[in-house]
Design a protein around this ligand. Structure first.
Ligand code: UTP
Length: 409
């Protein structure tokens, strides 16, 4: 794309300000800026108009039960054996979503490299690998692991893992890939400049992981292992079980094409995404979309009718992921703090949200699935997310849970 083409394109999109500092750039910087402009997917930003007009349709949501903890315990040996058999045949791959920016933690390196230890070093990545190694030991085989990073944290993440010798994991089974980026805008949809010749881009959410995985050539690699199930999980839950044989066995046994680990809601207003059905298909309702009915209705046993919250640990059948690959995911428009360069060429680091990021979310992939096994786990044993330093879902609460589960830190 040359300058005139970029100028015309941006004028048509109301984004001409992106060329504001063009004349001050070196030839190389000019080229780089034009390439960034050529790469912008403007259709994503158009979703903002829909949001402003409040076009959200009424949704036809109904509760979804779960395979409960007592039911799982009754069949644990059977499920575990089934799961271990699948793992031994390399039918299960693990996908670590580590492309987020972890802004709530206020740590500017990849979240997985955060040291949560007090008396010794213990990194978030180390906790996850330790958990996965327990399965490797049981199965006697490695689980192929793909780590998704963003452009921003790829080098740091890879270097960190190499420096720590993958915390004892066999590097041959570890594959990195990079997710896509999307431009960040102010509240009126104007794209921010991060610098005179650099557009403010941020990772486009965790929902595009499969497309990025395929584009990186990893579908062939994982199919080559024989993988049939992908276990997708977040970086920040230091207690989670990865490629959990019992979960895998139950998913296979259910005959369904996906499965989600869930926890019972701790209290009606808890901020968790609820696994429900929508128009007969599985669907996750985010906490801010919950109606009073969904928060407070009870079933005939006096239990919450909408009871099961997701913890971002899913199993997807690879065939089903391939089938839905071209189906569009909704774009979530999220208020965030976005550093930018202002009209006086000063860099501004806002302390309050000053605009939007545009994200695809993995929870929407569930709604594209034909069906989903809702699989209940014990919250205190499997759910210790670190979103911030203090308060709910924080370093503090995670340390307490690690202690209760006998993990030294
Ligand atoms: P979060 O929703 O906690 O987002 O991500 P975040 O960006 O890490 O943190 P905040 O909101 O800025 O504090 C849930 C999981 O999805 C991954 C994260 O790394 C985490 O494992 N993620 C998120 C991605 O892989 N890519 C993204 O673009 C966003």
């Amino acid at each position: 794309m040359n300058y005139d083409e970029a100028k015309d394109l941006l004028a048509g999109k109301g984004q001409s300000h992106l060329l504001r500092y063009y004349d001050e750039l070196s030839e190389e910087e000019k080229e780089c800026l034009l390439a960034q402009i050529a790469g912008i997917d403007f259709s994503t930003l158009e979703k903002l108009d829909g949001k402003k007009e409040g076009t959200d349709a009424v949704r036809n949501i109904e509760p979804l039960g779960a395979l409960t903890i007592p039911e799982i315990e009754k069949n644990r040996d059977y499920y575990e054996k089934k799961g271990l058999d699948a793992i031994r045949q390399y039918k299960v791959g693990a996908i670590l979503l580590a492309g987020g920016q972890g802004t709530r933690l206020g740590y500017d390196k990849p979240k997985g490299t955060f040291n949560i230890g007090e008396t010794k070093e213990l990194y978030i990545f180390e906790c996850l690998i330790n958990n996965l190694l327990e399965v490797v030991k049981k199965a006697g085989t490695y689980v192929p692991l793909a780590i998704m990073t963003s452009d921003i944290n790829y080098e740091d993440t890879k270097e960190f893992m190499v420096m720590h010798d993958y915390f004892g994991y066999d590097a041959e089974y570890v594959h990195f890939f990079i997710q896509d980026m999307a431009p960040a805008t102010d509240f009126n949809g104007k794209i921010y400049l991060a610098d005179k010749g650099k557009i403010a881009m941020s990772p486009n959410g965790n929902g595009g992981w499969f497309t990025s995985f395929v584009n990186a050539g990893l579908l062939e690699v994982f199919a080559g292992y024989g993988v049939e199930w992908m276990n997708v999980f977040a970086v920040d839950n230091v207690l989670q079980k990865i490629a959990d044989p019992c979960f895998v066995g139950a998913a296979i046994d259910s005959g369904k094409v996906s499965a989600a680990k869930v926890v019972s809601k701790a209290f009606p207003e808890e901020k968790v995404g609820l696994l429900c059905t929508e128009d007969g298909r599985p669907s996750i309702v985010e906490y801010y979309e919950m109606t009073d009915e969904m928060m407070y209705s009870k079933d005939e046993n006096g239990m919450p009718l909408y009871n099961y919250g997701v913890i971002l640990n899913y199993l997807f059948s690879l065939d089903e992921l391939k089938r839905i690959m071209e189906d569009p995911l909704p774009v979530h428009i999220v208020e965030k703090k976005i550093p930018y360069i202002d009209d006086n060429a000063q860099t501004v680091k806002p302390t309050e949200p000053n605009g939007y990021k545009y994200e695809l979310l993995v929870l929407d992939v569930i709604h594209l699935m034909r069906d989903c096994l809702s699989y209940e786990v014990v919250r205190d044993k499997e759910f210790a997310p670190i979103k911030s330093l203090t308060g709910v879902d924080s370093l503090e609460t995670a340390r307490e849970l690690l202690k209760r589960n006998g993990v030294e830190y």
